[in-house]
Design a protein around this ligand. Sequence first.
Ligand code: FRU
Length: 481
Amino acid sequence: MVSERERQLIEQAYAEIDKHKETVESDYYRLKYHLMPPVGLMNDPNGFIHWNGTYHVFYQWMPFKTGHGAKFWGHYTSSDLVNWKHEKIALAPSEWFEKNGCYSGSAVDNDGVLTLFYTGNVKDESGNRQTYQCMAVSENGVDFTKKGVVVELPGGYTAHFRDPKVWKKDDCWYMIVGAQSESLDGQAVLFRSKNLIDWEHLGAITGGNSKQLGYFGYMWECPDLFELDGQDVLMVCPQGLKAEGMLYNNVYQSGYFVGRLNYETAEFVHGPFTELDRGFEFYAPQTTLDAKGRRLLIAWMGVPDQDEDKHPTIAHKWIHALTLPRELKLMDGKLYQKPVEELQQLRKDEVMYSDVTIVNEEIALEGICGDVAELKIGQIRQSKGIFEMNIRNVARLIYDSHERIFTLERKSFVNQLTEKRQCYLEKLHSLHIFLDTSSIEVFINDGEEVFTARIFPYRENRLITFAANSQVLFNIAKWNL
Ligand code: FRU
């Protein structure tokens, strides 16, 4: 059932798509195999689920401008995580409890009913915020009926309380919410329910100023909690961390803690925070378990408030995209991310070389170039010096085997100056790179580290070069996608 207000909003959003279709689609920087908004702004992935054999990814969507505001939930489906269909709008911010945005949330299968939880964002005339955790249900997976508010703001927190992620454990449902305490610390807050409607507040499982963490940001957004390899992983997006050397260089962070959640006492005993991605644009990841038993992750290829008004694509009336879907593994307490294997379907025009040898020179390899491509570089043998790849004259990947530092450099889309992100890396064995017209995702050593970024190269420039100041050997395969 759709209210009159909702019907109007949905109609206006479709009109906006039609109005700007040509402008949007004529943009060279439209991605070829990533999820994007049809117009306007996309941010967090929401409601990621494998339901009745179909993958669903909803997303935060502002149809009317390339900035933030009263968000809708857009909706994509796929049978294989590669070919996606844009579905009808799932939620529009029409009711009093969500009038300033159907904010982020998640999806579960409740006995065959696709059930969404999201934050109803409300602001009054003087800008004061209210927050409600809301529910919507669907029998067919595309038409949603709103059930209204299921969780009101508990005492002890400010109205920065949002992004419910729901899962089932034994015979109870649990919800984790991103929060700001009244003392202005970011926290992750747990609720429990038997029926998805009545929720019991169990309290913060961890957060800033807890026993385990000192100050750790003033707000935590988009929490996700799941079991992997016998451990509990809490992913969160803390806001307000200061850069520390190579760490925390984006405006806001996205990372995880590994530990054990005691579901009775709501205590989460955990290790240190690790950033999920070392690149420039990565935020608000969400995971789901699919029918193959894989823990899959998809994230926003953007960061809130990070030069959003400077993206080249806003001239074409759209901004932002989602990352590739990735499979997670936990090894020695560390999350590894790999692009899902289904992406191999996209491969064409294979080019391969074995034992490429570079000695103190910069080279190009015939057929290893392009703008929408996958590159697999394996068996990297680099005993000393620096190995470097230059991609389309806009990004450079550099491994310094002496310092043991991996660097992604790019030309800033704000001022064309060089900027970099880095991480410590004991040894470089392999690189798996996905290039799209305006993005790069680099998976290092089978997903031990990942760098995700938007890049805006000249359309004509497809050149990829390799350089070493000592000797480097490797095997390489490349496909156009
Ligand atoms: C994260 C976020 C969420 C919020 C949503 C609004 O990017 O700020 O906390 O629910 O975006 O679009």
